[in-house]
Design a protein around this ligand. Structure first.
Ligand SMILES: *[C@@H]1O[C@H](CO)[C@@H](O)[C@H](O)[C@H]1NC(C)=O
Ligand SMILES: *[C@@H]1O[C@H](CO)[C@@H](O)[C@H](O)[C@H]1NC(C)=O
Length: 388
């Protein structure tokens, strides 16, 4: 028993330890390999490119003393760390750049990265840099600097980069995911670092969710209400209101999603997704036509009602087919985690299965109803009493 209790408590303890450990256990904290024996107050592990920043910020004279290091840096790579007062971007970066030069010495210099080209030419920074040096030890390249910051700059936009040396000078870095994600906001006083927010990606995700929910999911559900609920006695006029409620909320959300798409298309000057865009515009036109069709629909027994029905159904089914196609087109453009595509495919398969089952059920109900009504007729004709 004692043994068991002991085991129990140690498992609880282990669990607690696991949960209480700060999520941001920094590897850099345990580092003590600076060749110059410098000590820094804070550090942060960069999430990409295998780099680390160590620093001491002194608020009284607004001076930042820092080290930026990268283990396993080959002699034909350059590294760079920058503060960008203008934003989380490359242009405007006040950069420190280092590499191992042809005399096998670590060479470090400053460069203000301005348009038109990131030439990485040596130039002075907008900040005073009273101290700048570099070391290259065991393939670890480190930049040391003291930077005098403007007094209001307690949070900085930091940008870092790694690239190849070509012909003895730093050349353009790759545009891989890692090299584009290497920026974040850093609070020099608390040491908290916030990853760069990719606003375009965020807008695209919002666009995707709005449209997948409205055009891609609510519209087909609304159509299922209209087509199958009607077959059940007592579901009239409930099916009608359900259908209208479903389609009009889908339309309202869908128009918002559509507008975000048009905005994204206008902002994306580099790439155009023509098919996705054209299907989207067609959907908006068809969806809007359906709203007008609802307002202009003839009474049930009107002689034109049959044409209206044919029109409403054909436009409606086209909207559903095009919506589903366009959600998949959008998923191919956005390329989110595979699970989202699987989730949406699952929803469509589920709705398809529900429709098939209901199709069969309504078909059976229809046959039964026909049979009972003809039975009734037969009986009525026979006894000739109850005929109405
Ligand atoms: C800033 O202040 C700190 C602490 O007083 C001092 O060690 C450091 O040398 C100062 N830096 C500069 C550039 O004046
Ligand atoms: C290499 O860099 C060191 C340190 O900046 C410098 O003293 C040396 O002149 C450089 N060698 C060449 C060949 O540029």
């Amino acid at each position: 028993m004692e043994m068991k209790l002991h085991t129990f408590f140690s498992s609880v303890l282990i669990l607690l330890l696991c949960f209480c450990r700060p999520a941001s256990a920094q590897i850099c904290r345990s580092y003590n390999g600076f060749a110059t024996n410098q000590v820094f107050a804070a550090c942060v592990d960069h999430p990409v490119l295998n780099t680390f920043l160590h620093w001491t910020y002194n608020p009284s004279n607004t001076t930042l003393r820092m080290a930026f290091r990268r283990p396993s840096t080959s002699p034909n790579q350059w590294i760079s760390w920058a503060i960008n007062p203008q934003g989380l971007a490359m242009f405007g970066s006040q950069a420190l750049i280092a590499y191992r030069n042809s005399s096998a010495l670590p060479h470090v210099y400053t460069s203000s990265v301005d348009p038109p080209g990131p030439t990485l030419q040596q130039s002075t920074l907008r900040f005073a840099v009273p101290d700048l040096s570099a070391t290259y030890v065991n393939n670890e390249l480190t930049i040391f600097a003291t930077i005098r910051l403007p007094s209001n700059m307690k949070t900085i936009n930091q940008v870092w980069q790694v690239g190849p040396m070509i012909g003895g000078s730093p050349s353009s870095h790759s545009l891989a995911e890692e090299n584009r994600a290497s920026r974040s906001k850093l609070d020099l006083l608390t040491g908290s670092s916030t990853a760069a927010e990719d606003t375009v990606l965020k807008k695209r995700n919002i666009h995707g969710v709005l449209n997948a929910v409205s055009w891609g999911t609510l519209m087909p559900i609304g159509a299922i209400f209209a087509r199958y609920l009607r077959a059940f006695k007592g579901a009239d006029p409930a099916w009608f209101y359900l259908h209208v409620a479903c389609q009009s909320s889908a339309y309202a959300v869908g128009v918002a999603g559509w507008a975000t798409g048009i905005k994204l298309g206008r902002d994306s000057t580099a790439v155009q997704y023509d098919t996705h865009r054209n299907i989207g515009i067609t959907l908006f036109v068809f969806g809007t036509l359906q709203v007008f069709a609802l307002l202009l629909r003839p009474k049930k027994d009107h002689k034109y009602r049959i044409y209206w029905n044919a029109y409403h159904h054909s436009v409606g089914y086209s909207v559903i087919v095009l919506s589903i196609i366009n959600v998949f087109k959008g998923l191919d453009i956005l390329r989110p985690d595979e699970k989202w595509k699987r989730a949406y495919t699952g929803i469509i398969i589920f709705l398809g299965a529900v429709a098939v089952v209901l199709e069969v059920i309504t078909w059976i109900i229809g046959i039964k109803r026909k049979r009972t009504s003809s039975d009734d007729k037969f009986r009525n004709n026979n006894n000739g009493q109850n005929g109405v």
